[in-house]
Design a protein around this ligand. Structure first.
Ligand code: ATR
Length: 276
């Protein structure tokens, strides 16, 4: 029987088994998707034995996203571009690595706000791994013509700007975040602020045009304070859960040969698990 898994350290809270388990059942595929706790020191051995242990591939989460490269035979463009991979699969005896977070974010944005004004200025809060994937995706796809990057630690925003060597990225200091929304078509929170157990994100939406879209990668709670404020202002909102669901699609297709659908039923299943 074919098997896939998600690896990380820790891995207890991963929702990937729920998502892939739902699809395996829905498409009547006799396979398993497991959760495997892999310590950083065990990563190389685990991946060398992936095929031997019956796996056709895996998802990769913290802290392995940047270290799996050493074991991959083929690194695909998006993983290469952001120096992080979240999806691995075996093909022709070779281990392939790609980053599907970029696809996940853009696909969900497109589905949630199909008519949003692409090609404008986008404000991105945060400068961690999630910001790197999102900024890359927005600029590469042409969804953004300019990114205003705003992070508490300004040096990290500058590092991200020089990582992409892209003149379309402007760094804004943290205090300037409210004004940075002037004229933006989209604002994305990639920080952990607003997540259950974290401080809230203090961001005034006053300067943001009403036809702008507001996206949050935080999905617990599903409607963050940022998204509630955006909704009250009349802006369209994009929650963080959709990115999690959509990023899982390409991996499932690589492993099991079926391109799965992100349905409302799947969303409800994950929401029930998050709130249960
Ligand atoms: P990820 O890889 O998931 O994006 P990360 O690298 O830990 O995670 O990044 C978390 C982001 O949340 C960072 O942009 C971080 O800002 P710093 O670079 O200044 O640390 C941001 N963040 C976390 N706590 C914050 C806080 N209390 N105020 C402002 N930003 C915060």
């Amino acid at each position: 029987m074919k098997k896939a898994c998600v690896i990380g350290w820790p891995i207890k809270h991963s929702r990937s088994p729920l998502i892939h388990g739902y699809w395996l059942e829905k498409y009547g595929i006799e396979s398993r998707y497991e959760k495997v706790a892999v310590r950083p020191a065990e990563l190389a051995d685990f991946l060398k034995q992936l095929e031997q242990n019956g796996f056709v591939g895996c998802n990769v989460t913290v802290p392995h996203k940047e270290t799996v490269f050493a074991q991959a035979d083929v690194v695909h463009d998006e993983a290469n571009a952001v120096n992080a991979a979240n999806t691995l699969w075996l093909e022709g005896g070779k281990l392939h690595a790609d980053n599907t977070d970029i696809y996940g974010f853009l696909a969900h944005l497109q589905q949630s706000a199909p008519d949003w004004l692409q090609g404008g200025t986008v404000a991105v809060l945060g400068a961690g791994g999630a910001a790197r994937a999102i900024v890359y995706g927005l600029l590469k796809s042409g969804a953004a013509s300019e990114v205003r990057l705003c992070n508490r630690t300004i040096e990290r925003a500058r590092e991200l700007q020089s990582f992409f060597k892209d003149h379309k990225i402007t760094v804004v200091d943290w205090d300037g975040r409210h004004r940075a929304l002037v004229g933006c078509s989209l604002v994305v929170n990639t920080t952990s602020l607003g997540m259950e157990g974290s401080p809230s994100l203090d961001l005034s939406l006053e300067a943001l045009p009403r036809d702008a879209v507001v996206a949050d990668i935080v999905y617990a709670p599903l409607e963050t304070e940022l998204l509630a404020a955006a909704r009250q202002k009349g802006c369209r909102t994009v929650d963080g859960l959709g990115m999690l669901l959509h990023q899982a699609v390409p991996g499932f297709e690589h492993w099991f040969g079926v391109r799965p659908e992100v349905t409302d039923e799947l969303r409800d299943l994950v929401i029930a698990d998050l709130t249960g």
